[in-house]
Design a protein around this ligand. Structure first.
Ligand SMILES: [Zn+2]
Length: 405
């Protein structure tokens, strides 16, 4: 049994035509191109012999009719604005191709492949909407009242596509033995290490903080430096000390980003009265994230001790790290070896639907290299050889799962 490389590549190219604009892909959740792509996927799943539907939150789910024990393969086909052609589409098309291979060679097997494209992984409305509802983490009826990022209720969005009243498909723990997601790496690690396949050990947890500094606006020419309440200076000292602390506690993978820095009013001749700083930390170990959070509070206290500028930190988001299933890591390792693929184990610094699913079912994640480490841009790409090899390793992993069960 082998994947049909031409068919796989052709499906990826067809999918890339939905929402194509120049070199880039514009297929945010519930946009016209996203829904059209989902209809194409539903038809492709049906042609493959799966029972397929678009459910009440936009997930496309293809289920193996005769199977009572399944592995679920998928990812997401929504994209960011002006994104690339692979991203989550890769993992969905892998699932479709592997289901086709499996049904052709095991038409009456009790073990089957289910395939899913989760809706809104990228968070145009609600991040991880599809996998959260599918796994039961979020209740679809409650979700309908949520005011989304765009300011509309989800109900209005679903109504517009006549999805209100359509039931949401729910994950069946008795039937589903594992969730496997393939995705482009979105970073430079595999390429730099000359590896063809990445086996994900864990998906990082994320914490986000908004830090506000309040001083007093003053004329910069007439107010002596020692008599100012300078929110800008306080912010810069805070950021410098925080980075020093992060360097001290950084485990192997702690990643931080100070992505927003703003001073108000923002003029040559005015001492800033207000400062705003965003701090995001990511790590696969919750204890390291605790230490990073403690460092933020230490810096807030230090700023308060300085005395003349108020400083407050508010946590905006907390997502726990998610370990991938050790058995799935072993199976991917064996599958990579069986294909003579060079591989390495690595954490995922980006969040994925696998993070949500891993709370409910043994989950494994496979990466293929991103050329130049680029992703979420039109230039996003993976070599044809790596795309095909990734599908073969994933198919081999499914065979190993079947054999070992
Ligand atoms: Zn993705």
């Amino acid at each position: 049994m082998d994947v049909d490389a031409d068919r796989l590549l052709q499906d990826l190219r067809i999918l890339a035509n939905f929402g194509r604009k120049g070199m880039g892909i514009n297929r945010p959740a519930f946009s016209g191109p996203d829904i059209e792509a989902r209809k194409w996927l539903r038809k492709s799943m049906q042609d493959a012999g799966l029972d397929a539907c678009i459910d009440g939150v936009g997930n496309v789910f293809g289920s193996s009719r005769n199977a009572f024990s399944t592995v679920l393969i998928g990812s997401h086909t929504d994209s960011v604005l002006n994104g690339g052609w692979l991203d989550g589409s890769l993992g969905v098309v892998y699932g479709l191709e592997i289901a086709r291979c499996w049904l052709a060679s095991h038409p009456r097997d009790g073990f089957g492949i289910d395939v899913i494209s989760f809706e809104d992984e990228e968070g145009a409305y609600v991040p991880f909407l599809g996998s959260s509802v599918f796994s039961g983490l979020l209740d679809a009826t409650v979700l309908r009242t949520i005011n989304t990022r765009s300011g509309k209720t989800l109900e209005a969005v679903l109504d517009a596509w006549r999805l209100s009243g359509v039931p949401a498909v729910r994950f069946e723990p008795k039937r589903c033995r594992a969730y496997l997601e393939a995705h482009i790496e979105q970073g430079p690690v595999l390429e730099t290490n000359a590896k063809q396949v990445g086996i994900v050990t864990a998906v990082v947890g994320v914490r986000r903080f908004h830090i506000a500094f309040t001083g007093q606006v003053a004329h910069a020419g007439t107010t002596p430096v020692l008599m100012r309440r300078d929110a800008g200076e306080a912010l810069i000292k805070f950021a410098y000390h925080l980075i020093e602390k992060f360097r001290d506690i950084a485990g192997e993978h702690l990643i931080w980003n100070l992505g927003i820095i703003a001073l108000k009013p923002g003029a040559w001749y005015l001492v800033p009265g207000e400062g705003e700083l965003s701090v995001e930390v990511r790590d696969i170990d919750g204890r390291t994230l605790d230490a990073a959070e403690a460092a933020i509070h230490e810096c807030v206290n230090e700023a308060a001790r300085e005395g003349n500028v108020e400083c407050r930190a508010v946590k905006k988001r907390q997502v726990e790290p998610a370990s991938m299933d050790p058995r799935m890591i072993r199976i991917f390792t064996e599958a990579a070896k069986d294909h003579g693929a060079s591989f390495m184990c690595l954490p995922s610094g980006a969040m994925h639907d696998a993070m949500v699913m891993s709370q409910h079912v043994p989950t494994g994640m496979l990466f293929v290299p991103s050329i130049g480490g680029r992703s979420h841009v039109p230039e996003e790409n993976t070599s044809t050889a790596d795309i095909i090899l990734g599908a073969r390793v994933l198919l081999r992993a499914v065979e190993l799962l079947r054999e070992s069960s």
